[in-house]
Write a protein that binds this ligand. Structure first.
Ligand code: NAP
Length: 676
């Protein structure tokens, strides 16, 4: 083949004068290359077009004020309460603090950091006597909540000057987790590093203990300190301040009334991707079966169909579902409060400047609000009791309700006993305090929002691209007052029959990405520890390792540690697991039956038995370790077992062993998906 380039370079002039622009050879090569390019394009797997989705649930950005400074100036506010909130509690606390400000002659506003330009924080000093409060929840493994992610990134990158900015932080977290209140502590420390002034100490709220009590105690010390700091006095006003006004719609077109949608009206009828927290997909239930063979619990396996939704997931992700409250409880609430639940209402924010126009989608009916939007099952927080105490006609009841909201030891003890230990929800309190009948609209204003529930997905999208599997246990218990209490979501899931009166049952859902991922290299061994429903993500992992094997990939050891009470009762997915071991997908299946003998046998006991193998897998073969299930006891005990193995087989001290495991965590080789 002639060297085309040198030819053209040695004879440029001759080419110009005597030859056409392209020689036959040029044309041949050009055609060949073009043909190859066209062939390559045509033969490629057609990539799915990525449609340009318009978010359904958010107004055009131009209608939102993104400058909190301008907003504060315009509306004469001096306190801004930012919240990092995943399940709504941080937001609730922020709202309470912003409302409190009025009692102290100040004006506050609660603000979602995601909605505002946080770079403006330095300008807060432009407002006299100003203060930024941060109610920061920690999520997962010490992570920020979704809505605080950008703020967290900004804090990390910023070298801005926050001189003259006053701040305080209240952290929300749970002591059973490794990174207790990491986010609150980080924000508190980082703001100081950037030059802001901490005007009150960091508050630490522990949801494993009594988060409400921690908050109330912190708040009761915080406000007097602020009064002193700003030289103001409490107005002493005790009465409840309404944030929303009720409007009843007597003659409304029912097409304009929300029936449970989270974002856009009619989004359940006309389903349009992308599906997310405000626009969940209604996935039909295609399988709902009991998993346990015996025993009086109900463990279940559900499969929901995501065909056509364009939803994609990875093994280890979580599926979020929006449950509804039990109809019987909703009806009882209507009865006891003497209201027609089908009245169409709106609760409109009295603060016209607020980004939040209603506490839940309005207009709607009380029935829809109590069924879809409000959490009526968890024991109410003290602010609900405090603000609604005025409606108790018996002075003793009124006094007790006020007392429960105070930080006085007697009040705290009363709240602890009457509400928390006795597990009284709002209906139980109404039943037990007959003199107390608050107006339903005021109650609806104060109740927290019903939250989506997350489940670790129990399938692999490589094997099941069109369905998502869930493994869950029905929560049911009797409270000290003898009331049978059922878990909202698991009861609702249990009742999601595949065909309900000829209709398909559906589940409003979306996916939440996680960090709980199989190793990038399939040849790395994996060690999975998941007793009880902690098996869920590992069903996905096992399916995926099997699929990889089928693709001819080199797949490393796949070791499972599962635990249950009795072999003949709650050995979840026994057949699937034993089959996977037979076909070599699971290289070693270890099961601890805790109650089949006198002495308890748990997964950590089996880990210790296999310590030599484990140490080789971890230390020599770069294994990835995964723990899923109960955070309070199991995950801790299992971690201790790993410390002991590193101590014994790695010849380490306890401190070295702890560091060793912590290092695995930082490298992403020791991952946890745990709940408490
Ligand atoms: P489970 O059936 O109650 O327990 C599974 C196995 O783990 C049983 O054999 C149990 O033994 C054993 N076990 C108990 N304590 C242990 C420990 N410290 N270390 C190792 N193993 C231990 O499991 P489950 O029903 O799936 O529930 C597991 C936990 O997670 C429960 O605490 C449950 O309340 C919680 N959970 C929470 C959620 C949520 O979303 N928040 C959802 C599901 C479950 P024994 O019972 O014989 O002691």
């Amino acid at each position: 083949m002639p060297d085309v380039e040198s030819e053209s370079s040695t004879q440029p002039e001759a080419m110009e004068e005597e030859e056409p622009l392209f020689s036959n050879l040029d044309l041949f090569l050009f055609t060949l290359i073009a043909g190859l390019i066209i062939y390559w394009f045509m033969s490629r797997k057609k990539a799915e077009p990525i449609p340009e989705f318009k978010k359904l649930d958010q107004p055009a950005p131009s209608t939102r004020e993104t400058s909190f400074i301008e907003k504060m100036k315009k509306t004469g506010r001096n306190i801004v309460v930012f919240y990092g909130s995943q399940t709504g509690t941080g937001e609730e606390f922020a709202n309470r603090l912003s409302k409190d400000a009025q009692r102290y002659g100040m004006k506050g506003m609660a603000a979602d950091p995601e909605e505002y330009d946080m770079c403006e924080l330095s300008r807060l000093a432009e407002i006299d006597n100003s203060l930024a409060i941060f109610c920061m929840a920690t999520y997962g493994e010490g992570d920020p909540t979704d809505n605080a992610q950008d703020f967290y990134d900004w804090l990390q990158e910023s070298d801005g000057e926050l001189n003259g900015v006053n701040y305080t932080v209240f952290a929300l977290g749970n002591k059973t987790y490794e990174h207790y209140n990491a986010m609150g502590a980080y924000v508190d420390k980082r703001l100081e590093e950037l030059g802001a002034k901490r005007v009150f100490d960091l508050g630490m709220g522990d949801d494993d203990g009594n988060l409400e009590e921690d908050f109330v105690t912190w708040r009761e010390q915080f406000w007097p300190a602020m009064c002193e700091h700003f030289g103001v006095e409490a107005s002493g006003e005790d009465s409840s301040i309404r944030q929303y006004e009720l409007k009843e719609h007597n003659d409304i077109n029912m097409n304009k009334v929300y029936t449970g949608e989270l974002g856009c009206l009619k989004s359940f009828e006309t389903q349009k991707p992308p599906f997310d927290a405000k626009n969940p997909f209604l996935a039909p239930v295609i399988v709902n079966r009991k998993l346990n063979k015996a025993g009086n619990r109900h463990l279940m396996h559900l499969e929901v169909d995501i065909t056509g939704s364009k939803i994609r997931y990875e093994s280890g992700d979580h599926v979020a579902v929006y449950p509804t409250n039990d109809t019987a409880i909703v009806n009882k609430l209507g009865q006891i409060l003497g209201v027609d639940l089908d009245t169409v209402i709106s609760l409109n924010n009295l603060d016209e400047e607020s980004n939040k126009k209603h506490p839940f989608p309005c207009p709607t009916t009380y029935r829809t609000a109590l069924t879809h939007y409000l959490d009526i099952i968890h024991p109410p927080r003290t602010n609900v009791l405090y603000e609604l105490a005025q409606y108790a006609t018996d002075p003793k009841d009124q006094e007790n309700m006020h007392k429960m909201a105070s930080s006085a030891p007697e009040g705290k003890a009363l709240y602890q006993r009457f509400v928390l230990e006795d597990n009284r929800n709002i209906l139980a309190i109404l039943e037990d305090l007959p003199s107390w009948r608050p107006p339903i609209d005021h109650l609806c204003e104060l109740m927290p929002r019903l939250q989506a529930r997350y489940y670790s997905i129990a399938s692999s999208s490589k094997v099941h691209p069109n369905s998502i599997h869930i493994c869950a246990v029905l929560v049911e218990y009797t409270t000290k007052t003898g009331r049978l209490t059922k878990g909202v979501a698991t009861t609702w899931l249990k009742n999601k029959l595949v065909a309900d009166n000829g209709h398909k049952s559906t589940v409003p859902m979306y996916i939440r990405k996680s960090q709980f991922r199989l190793p990038f290299k399939a040849s790395n061994p994996v060690i999975m520890v998941g007793p009880g429903t902690g098996i869920a993500p590992f069903m996905g992992f096992i399916q995926e390792r099997g699929w990889l094997k089928q693709q001819g990939k080199e797949v490393g050891e796949t070791v499972l540690y599962f635990g249950c009470r009795h072999k003949n009762e709650d050995y979840l997915y026994q057949e699937e697991l034993e089959d996977a071991e037979k076909t070599g997908v699971i290289t070693k299946l270890n099961v601890a039956f805790s109650r089949d003998q006198e002495q308890k046998v748990y997964v950590q006991h089996l880990l210790r038995t296999n310590k030599e193998d484990l140490w080789r897998q971890i230390h020599t073969d770069n294994a990835h370790i995964y723990i899923c299930g109960d955070a309070r006891n199991m995950a801790r005990d299992v971690q201790t077992a790993f410390y002991e193995i590193a101590e014994e087989l790695g010849g380490m001290t306890r401190t070295q062993a702890t560091d060793y495991i912590k290092k695995l965590m930082t490298k992403g080789r020791y991952s946890q998906d745990v709940w408490s």
